[in-house]
Design a protein around this ligand. Structure first.
Ligand code: HEC
Ligand code: HEC
Ligand code: HEC
Length: 374
């Protein structure tokens, strides 16, 4: 009998990340730093490290740099009142923050280093065979930091994801004599996930989320504008040569890593349609359907054991000028992923499906271009 790795660990993980409820199963999941000097940091870090009094801030600002390599790791050893909390500015005032919060502000250039983000955005998860025995290696499930590190993108993660505020900012209202400083990185952390933010907004009460609807709306609109304006550049050119139509589509990735990146439930594809001079659709591929699936996407959305065939379309009957429309579409929670997830009927998955089912999962459009061929 052949053994196939299952994705149930992954499914658990995803629900956790979405719903932000730790589950015991996750203790096995690994949040692992990217560098050779750094030991694996498991998700148990979030259960043992003391973030009390800081909310989520210490998850980034409490990260340590070992002083030898480039590696940044989550501090699990120290705790308030003497815990260091790092920021980009030199000589931060100790009072009133240290006595009031138990966190001692310290200068740390590593806060503006992409490796800080790499301490979490490099995620290895253990994979298991169908019978639950470990496959024996960890699967590089999310590698946004490594994608960036091995690319030619010159800008840092911070540069794109913490956009600098216009002008200088006074970062605290105490003491009153504080002067303003710049640059100030706005903590937007906008990615591509407007869908889940919408789901959190709609189910805020059930999930115990305290953010106001306006906060969700702000993040959703920043996400949509990043996706529509800063994520990809689409070009299309077309030429008809006898009965053959040649369409050249270019997609330039403007994100600082792969597109899509992060959670493997993301997908991005081209929706291409061609109409002839009579307005008859002579070719269409990649049309999204209302349930989030893609029409005719045999292998992914219909039957995973099949392959997508190669199509040759005869244009002999098509008359007049050809109009070509190309859309680049993007979905954070893909249809095959949700079908797979729903099979794992754990409590968390079931809770998630109750929220997912009524939500609109139409893909977002990263770009649209037209061309015509006489
Ligand atoms: C996901 C990581 C992350 C989290 C969580 C986070 N920060 Fe930051 N913070 C940063 C980074 C990165 C910078 C440096 C930004 C820059 O200058 O590029 C920064 C900078 C700052 C600064 C200095 C001003 C500036 O922009 O340089 C302050 C103050 C600050 N953060 C406060 C907080 C507080 C308070 C919280 C919790 C409510 C918090 N941060 C949570 C990553 C984070
Ligand atoms: C302590 C762990 C941790 C650190 C450090 C961290 N992140 Fe994250 N980040 C997360 C988690 C968990 C999520 C939510 C899950 C997801 O979307 O993958 C997230 C989500 C994000 C998203 C939104 C993804 C979306 O779906 O829209 C962005 C953008 C992001 N992080 C950027 C950064 C940047 C830039 C840094 C460094 C300044 C950073 N993160 C540091 C854990 C971390
Ligand atoms: C040149 C700008 C740019 C840089 C540099 C950049 N990003 Fe992004 N990032 C984007 C854009 C645009 C998106 C939305 C499209 C996508 O998901 O790829 C995004 C999406 C993300 C997401 C969401 C992925 C998901 O799960 O949907 C995360 C997390 C993230 N970035 C983290 C990082 C980290 C960590 C770094 C540095 C190692 C980084 N980014 C560097 C522009 C950038």
């Amino acid at each position: 009998m052949s053994k196939a790795p299952t994705r149930c660990m992954l499914a658990n993980l995803i629900v956790w990340l979405f719903v932000l409820l730790p589950t015991p199963a996750l203790a096995q999941g690994g949040l692992q730093g990217p560098g050779p000097n750094q030991g694996p940091t498991s998700l148990t870090v979030f259960e043992t490290a003391d973030f009390s009094g800081s909310g989520i801030c210490a998850a980034c600002h409490g990260n340590l740099k070992d002083g030898q390599g480039n590696d940044v790791s989550i501090d699990t050893l120290s705790s308030p009142p003497n815990r260091l909390i790092f920021g980009p500015f030199v000589q931060p005032l100790q009072r009133p923050m240290q006595p009031d919060s138990g966190f001692a502000p310290a200068p740390g250039g590593h806060v503006t280093d992409s490796a800080l983000c790499g301490s979490c955005h490099t995620l290895y998860t253990p994979s298991v065979w169908a019978d639950g025995t470990p496959v024996g290696f960890e699967f590089p499930e999310q590698t946004t930091y490594l994608e960036w590190a091995h690319s030619s993108f010159a800008r840092s993660c911070q540069d794109c994801h913490l956009p600098a505020a216009a002008g200088a900012v006074v970062i605290s209202n105490r003491p009153r004599r504080l002067t303003s400083r710049s640059p100030f990185g706005q903590h937007h952390f906008v990615g591509g996930n407007s869908f889940m933010v919408g789901l959190l907004k709609t189910n805020a009460r059930a999930l115990g989320v305290t953010a106001e609807p306006a906060h969700f709306d702000g993040t959703i609109s920043r996400t949509l504008s990043q996706l529509q304006q800063k994520t990809a550049l689409l070009t299309v050119a077309a030429m008809r040569i006898g009965d053959r139509l040649e369409v050249t589509v270019g997609v330039e990735n403007l994100a600082g890593h792969k597109l899509p990146s992060g959670l493997p439930s993301r997908r991005s594809w081209l929706h291409v349609s061609v109409t002839d001079g009579q307005g008859v659709v002579v070719f269409e591929s990649g049309r999204p359907r209302a349930d989030g699936s893609i029409e005719g996407n045999d292998a992914d959305d219909i039957d995973p054991s099949t392959w997508e065939p190669h199509y040759d379309i005869d244009l002999a009957g098509a008359t007049g000028s050809m109009d070509i429309t190309v859309e680049l579409l993007y979905q954070t929670v893909s249809y095959p992923f949700i079908v797979d997830l729903a099979q794992d009927e754990t409590d968390l998955v079931n809770q998630f499906m109750v929220m997912y089912d009524p939500a609109e999962n139409a893909p977002l459009r990263l770009g649209v271009e037209h061309a015509s061929a006489p």
